[in-house]
Design a protein around this ligand. Structure first.
Ligand code: OGA
Ligand code: NI
Length: 343
């Protein structure tokens, strides 16, 4: 058993929250009303910007190391993914979320399911709902696409397949850059290179953040870290909705750079690097005027793979565990998951 869908099914997060019909709401219902951001989420710092790395730069490994170590997040340009592929997936995501609620509910994620339409997996950990709807794909999207568009599903599937293919190549390339920058043994690099080419596991998450009548009292995605090795995010919008938290500083917006992709360190890479490359805590805010679409690709190894701090790294502070075990800990403890893996 080594599949992400199965791991999510075995460790459900009691998720059966159906997103509201965002097309029709005129004010933020109490169920979705969070304390004003200024009260609880801290000040947003606009002056600091996270690193933007040109993947064609001759110094790329050093830049990646610095960004992973100091930020846990960076944006990449010259990544080789054609613009048509980036635009294509946004277009299909927009088409999906624009469907009437009745249609989207045909592919509602089941309570113990991993794929389909629904609220974010982190929702059950919070008392208020998020201003967000999502659609998760693991592997093929064919069954769901056929339910949504019985006579016209091929385009969606083709676009998603192509996007996943490109993301897999890029994630593999970036993972190798990150691993090489960790000064680990050739042996570790070779075995991780093989594992990430042949035995990777990934999920594609389409996110929709509809316009919100009172953005100061709503949240798109509550603060969290991503669970797998790394995430590649396609955020096309021209406004800064994604924010990262920096100790001693506050929330920092990840200002979109045209055609760049955002790469962030996930919990498994945090463990693998013995905390040297920290998984980044992030959240998404919403806007009154702009409906935002983003596409996140979560990349990790097979769920039966063992994860432990890499061998050449100093005294390990995390124990070894399987990806599946980590998913089960995260499903129970969310933000505290890493502390349960500390030695
Ligand atoms: C996520 C996420 C950020 C965004 O899907 O886990 O953090 O900007 N998305 O949509
Ligand atoms: Ni995330």
């Amino acid at each position: 058993m080594s599949n992400l869908s199965e791991a999510y099914r075995d460790y459900p997060v009691n998720l059966h929250i159906i997103p509201i019909d965002f097309h029709t709401v005129e004010s933020v219902p109490e169920s979705h009303e969070w304390p004003p951001h200024s009260d609880c989420l801290g000040t947003v710092i606009d002056e600091v910007s996270i690193p933007v790395i040109d993947l064609a730069d001759s110094n790329v490994q050093k830049l990646v190391r610095h960004a992973s170590e100091n930020w846990g997040i960076f944006q990449v340009t010259n990544h080789g993914v054609p613009l048509s592929v980036l635009r294509g997936v946004e277009c299909e995501a927009t088409r999906l979320f624009s469907l009437p609620v009745k249609e989207k509910l045909k592919v509602l994620r089941s309570p113990d399911g991993a794929t389909g339409y629904g609220a974010a997996r982190i929702s059950p950990f919070f008392t208020k709902f998020m201003w967000h709807e999502g659609f998760t794909i693991i592997g093929s999207s064919l069954d769901h696409a056929k339910q949504l568009w019985p006579h016209d599903y091929q385009l969606f599937c083709d676009v998603i397949d192509e996007y996943q293919k490109k993301m897999k190549e890029l994630a593999h390339r970036i993972l190798l850059l990150i691993l090489k920058s960790l000064d680990i043994s050739e042996e570790d690099i070779t075995s991780w290179a093989a594992a990430s080419t042949n035995e990777s596991n990934a999920a594609l998450q389409l996110n929709s953040y509809p316009c919100c009548p009172n953005p100061n009292r709503a949240i798109g995605l509550a603060p969290h870290t991503d669970s797998l090795l790394l995430t590649i995010l396609n955020q096309t919008h021209d406004s800064s909705a994604l924010q990262i938290f920096r100790d001693g500083v506050g929330w920092i917006p990840v200002a979109p750079v045209p055609d760049a992709l955002v790469v962030n360190v996930g919990d498994l890479l945090h463990i693998l690097s013995n905390g040297k490359f920290p998984s980044v805590y992030h959240q998404v805010i919403v806007s009154e005027e702009k409906h935002r679409i983003s596409v996140a690709y979560f990349y990790g190894p097979k769920t039966d793979c063992q994860i432990a701090p890499l061998s050449k790294i100093e005294v390990p502070i995390y124990r070894s565990l399987s990806v599946k075990e980590f998913i089960s800990i995260k499903a129970r403890h969310l933000d505290k998951a890493l502390s349960f893996v500390r030695i």
